[in-house]
Design a protein around this ligand. Structure first.
Ligand SMILES: Cc1ncc(COP(=O)(O)O)c(C=O)c1O
Length: 474
């Protein structure tokens, strides 16, 4: 037998044995371990390899496996690094960029925080097959071109549409990597960047890390307001707008058709770049998805970014920036400074995934699942927690954006939810400045099953009642 549980079981035994032995002592031979513990040779060699990787043992081919010299213990309480606080004082740091949702929810909690699909919604088999096909390519481990593999750039260009060509595409390490690059490439430290309010906290963190000052521009149910955008450009002199016209995170809003051209025109009139974060293009719930702004761009105003992590898997860290003109030269230069190119095996796997008919099938299935989950959660909330029910259903994305009753604090609400076994995101961190109201962001794609969402809504009802906001109906 050789599976991960038998390897884990043998590892536990061997760790205990290593702890009892002294450095330099020999472990029993593989043959002894096989007969003593009733496991197969593959399990033994895996367990020994893992112990060696931990630094607990050293293997000497032809001789055996020996307990490694013990690691020198750091002083009690860990090394004294307090000097670093002084050494780092000159470099600004925004801890708000740290993402608490990257942690696993507590055991038994319903996952409604975070922004990725549960594994049951991911194209896991197609991903595995794509990675296997990529690994078989003889050039899989060759250096990749700085701008990315040609077929991958072609797929991203085709998806964007309009006059976008492969030469306009730079492959990136997901959307976050693209954002971090763009903010550094496009604006000087200290300068303002206009952003929708609310917006994606990862974009705020990346902008601040680049030394930029996010300036909020209000949005309504039709997206960012072009009149106030023009005013904000005039007032701040900003040369950069970051926005999500399609399935905005956190609200799910789609920029209305009549505003799409207006927003680009306002940015153009200000001589500014418009970063179009199109991370959610493949997270629509079945209705037609509007063309990206970049498809109709005629002078390089729109710099577009997209990512495969959301519709595929958080670990398929492949995205793209589409840009024209000197800014693209700068971005390529930055790629060379940062990391030369994106790992080729992952790019090859992305090409394999996107060019397989299973990908389109996955997107169709995903749209249905997201629509059903969104409606299910909203319906369950209406029943169980009427005052924590979203004003409307999004047309795409992974979240409901729920306004809390007046006077209710978002962090207190998120804490109450956590105490009742539901992990949710408090809305405050989505606002670049003062929050207009109090919100929770409730994800319907991170939970294991639709039934978990019903249970989550029931627990949220308990949490809401505990906060004193809800009188249970009926
Ligand atoms: C609006 C938006 N843009 C970009 C990203 C970055 O995602 P990734 O780096 O996984 O592609 C996220 C992730 O949550 C997001 O919500």
């Amino acid at each position: 037998m050789s599976d991960s549980s038998s390897t884990e079981a043998l590892l536990t035994i061997l760790r205990a044995l290593v702890a009892r032995l002294s450095p330099g002592e020999r472990l029993p031979s593989s043959r002894e371990l096989i007969s003593r513990h009733g496991v197969g040779p593959v399990t033994v060699s895996r367990a020994i390899a893992l112990l060696a990787a931990e630094g607990a043992v050293v293997t000497r081919p032809g001789s055996g496996t020996y307990v490694a010299p013990r690691r020198v213990r750091p002083p009690a309480g860990g090394p004294d690094t307090s000097w670093q606080a002084v050494a780092l004082a000159g470099r600004e740091y925004d801890p708000a960029g740290e993402d608490g949702t990257a942690e696993q929810p507590a055991d038994g909690a319903v996952a409604m925080a975070g922004g990725y699909l549960h594994e049951s919604l991911r194209p896991t088999r197609a991903l595995g097959a794509a990675l296997a096909r990529a690994a078989r390519r003889p050039d899989a481990w060759h250096r990749a071109p700085t701008a990315g593999l040609a077929p991958l750039r072609a797929v991203f260009a085709r998806t964007a549409g309009g006059s976008v060509g492969p030469e306009d595409v730079l492959v990136t390490g997901g959307g976050q990597g693209a954002l971090s690059m763009l903010f550094r490439a496009v604006a000087a430290p200290g300068s303002p960047v206009l952003v929708e309010s609310p917006t994606y906290p990862g974009a705020l963190a990346a902008a601040r890390a680049a030394g930029l000052r996010p300036v909020p521009v209000p949005m309504d149910q039709d997206g960012i307001r072009p009149d106030l955008l023009a005013e904000a450009f005039a007032m701040t002199g900003a040369r950069l707008l970051y926005c999500q016209p399609t399935f905005h995170n956190p609200t799910g809003t789609v920029l209305a058709p009549e505003r799409r051209g207006q927003v680009v025109d306002v940015a153009r009139a200000a001589g500014a770049f418009l970063i179009e974060d199109d991370f959610a293009r493949h997270l629509g719930h079945g209705r037609p998805v509007p063309r990206p702004l970049v498809a109709d761009d005629r002078d390089g105003t729109v710099v577009h970014l997209t990512s495969l992590t959301k519709p595929a898997s958080p670990s398929l860290r492949i995205g793209a920036v589409i840009a024209r003109g000197p800014v693209m030269r700068r971005l390529r230069g930055m790629r060379l400074v940062d990391d030369f190119f994106i790992a080729r095996p992952l790019q090859e796997a992305a090409v394999e995934l996107l060019s397989n008919p299973a990908w389109d099938r996955h997107l169709r299935t995903l749209a249905v699942a997201l629509r059903e989950r969104s409606a299910l959660l909203a319906g369950a909330l209406a029943l169980e927690a009427p005052e924590w029910t979203p004003a409307r259903l999004p047309e795409g994305g992974l979240h409901l954006w729920v306004g809390l009753p007046p006077g209710q604090d978002d962090r207190a609400a998120a804490e109450a939810a956590r105490a009742h076994g539901v992990a949710v995101d408090a809305g405050g961190r989505y606002f670049p400045a003062e929050a207009e109201g109090s919100y929770l962001r409730l994800g319907f794609a991170a939970a294991a099953t639709p039934a978990d969402l019903t249970e989550g809504a029931r627990r949220l009802g308990d949490a809401a009642r505990e906060l004193g906001s809800v009188v249970r109906p009926g």
